[in-house]
Design a protein around this ligand. Structure first.
Ligand SMILES: *Cc1c(COP(=O)(O)O)cnc(C)c1O
Length: 477
């Protein structure tokens, strides 16, 4: 049999019985791969060459294919490595979904001061748990706790990785091996099929369901309470609302009941906000302070929802209870890192200047944009988009409604404006949506009611959006 040459010819392929032997060896390919090796490193290139050759070998044995050159193998190895690099990177996107706090797009966009703080602490040693005045071990949460208490009026506070972790720590600390009554109207699923009730049970308490889905009375709670009850919890119905013939027990009623039985009253506020949104003309959403004022001993809320900060869960309330949580070994497993801490500190500092929040805190800035402002932007952008799209796409400006997202004010929508792209087939709409997602900075819109909708409420990087539009030209022809 012929020895395989470096470049087998088509003739070799037709005449050799085992055509697999005509493939270049891993070594042979690697010898010509110095450029790729320099860029990607030997181990990655060599692993990919093996994969590539294995894939070709599989095909050669089953199908008629032409000769395989070293160059061809190198080319597909290079392409595969580039794709891997792209898909294994978190990419910045442009959120034109109309959902301001989009969980799949990373929720709140951080303000400038927080971004700077994150990169500063990421890039070098910091006094995370080091007291610069004494040179001794310090407390990583001291400054943070001070700020949270000042802003909320709470006695004490601590922070964990997200609100789900806050609930886990609260329940495990205050109600392990005890019973916790929870209204059937508040058995919330927080998305991606995670249920608060399941998290609570994993914390070691036994849930006692009380009331009916639409109506729960104070007496339902009264009947459920006994000497095994650890605490009473109220969960903010973030992402749904029960209307019509419905009733739930107020925070102050539950707080009174908890006091009579000397057990803590916990409120999961969900999308904790520190501001009365109605002062910005937005739908009124209960504030964290309102829950504390109606007698909550502990409140928990997310850092990356209406607060506009990094992902974290804030627990605030009675000092003796917070102290117990700090001593719980689970706290160590849930604690936040230096980057989250830095970002949260900066975001909370902004809240000390409520007048500046509107311009400095992206979440609030997006929520507060007027429909007219967004309309003017849509009118600027739409003609440029129409210019680059093939003529079988129709581009118009149109009214739309944004949502706050992440369960905040679930039924409220904010009058907004955007660009509506229509075409003669769903296939064409899917295609333009797909091409938008494949841009250097992917643009995410929504296909809805036979149109591809771009809500411009969150478009603050207009020039970036416009610059890359020319890439659409080539891709959609
Ligand atoms: C969003 C939400 C949670 C979960 O918060 P994460 O920060 O995403 O863990 C829990 N409870 C309520 C009521 C919520 O709205």
């Amino acid at each position: 049999m012929n020895k395989p040459s470096i470049k087998p010819t088509a003739k070799d392929f037709q005449t050799t019985k085992d055509r697999r032997r005509l493939l270049p060896s891993v070594d042979l390919v690697l010898r010509s791969a110095s450029k790729l090796v320099e860029f990607w490193g030997r181990s990655r290139v060599s692993a990919q060459v093996k994969l590539e050759l294995a894939a070709i070998r599989k095909n050669v044995s089953t199908k008629e294919i032409g000769p395989i050159s070293v160059e061809a193998v190198l080319e597909s190895v290079g392409a595969a490595l580039s794709v891997q690099e792209q898909t294994s990177t978190l990419r910045q996107t442009i959120n034109l979904t109309g959902i301001v706090l989009h969980s799949n797009l990373g929720r709140a966009v951080l303000p400038e001061n927080a971004i700077t703080a994150v990169s500063t602490v990421a890039g070098g040693p910091v006094n995370l748990e080091y007291d610069l005045s004494t040179g001794q071990r310090g407390n990583r949460e001291e400054a943070l706790e001070g700020l949270i208490c000042k802003l909320t009026g709470a006695e004490a506070a601590t922070v964990v990785n997200n609100n789900a972790a806050a609930i886990l720590l609260t329940m495990n600390t205050l109600a392990q091996s005890k019973e916790v009554p929870l209204s059937r109207g508040e058995m919330v699923e927080i998305g991606d099929s995670f249920r608060i009730a399941d998290i609570m049970e994993r914390s070691g308490c036994t849930l006692i369901e009380v009331g009916a889905t639409n109506r729960t009375h104070l007496r339902d709670f009264e009947q459920a309470i006994n000497n095994r009850t650890g605490l009473i919890i109220k969960i903010h119905p973030s992402n749904y609302s029960i209307s019509g013939f419905s009733k739930n027990v107020s925070e102050s009623q539950l707080s009174g009941l908890a006091k009579r039985h000397q057990i803590p009253f916990v409120v999961d506020v969900g999308s904790g906000n520190l501001l009365d949104f109605s002062r910005y003309g937005l739908p009124r959403e209960p504030t964290v302070m309102m829950s504390l004022e109606s007698g909550a001993d502990i409140i928990t809320f997310s850092g990356d929802k209406l607060l506009g900060g990094p992902q974290c869960g804030i627990i605030a309330g009675r000092a003796d209870l917070i102290d117990q949580m700090r001593k719980n070994p689970i706290k160590r497993a849930l604690r936040i890192d230096k980057m989250t801490l830095a970002a949260l500190l900066e975001v909370l500092k902004l809240y000390r200047y409520p007048e500046k929040l509107l311009s400095d805190l992206p979440t609030l800035k997006y929520l507060n944009r007027s429909q007219n402002d967004i309309r003017l932007q849509a009118q600027r952008v739409a003609p440029i988009l129409a210019e680059v799209l093939p003529s079988h796409y129709r581009v118009e400006t149109d009214e739309c409604a944004s949502q706050i997202g992440s369960g905040a004010m679930p039924i409220e929508s904010l009058p907004s404006f955007g660009i509506k792209i229509t075409a003669d087939s769903d296939e064409l709409l899917r295609r333009v949506a797909e091409v938008m997602r494949s841009l250097r900075c992917p643009v995410i819109g929504r296909i809805k009611d036979g149109k591809f909708q771009l809500d411009l409420r969150c478009l603050d990087r207009e020039s970036l959006f416009l610059e890359q539009l020319s890439e659409l030209k080539g891709s959609l022809r």
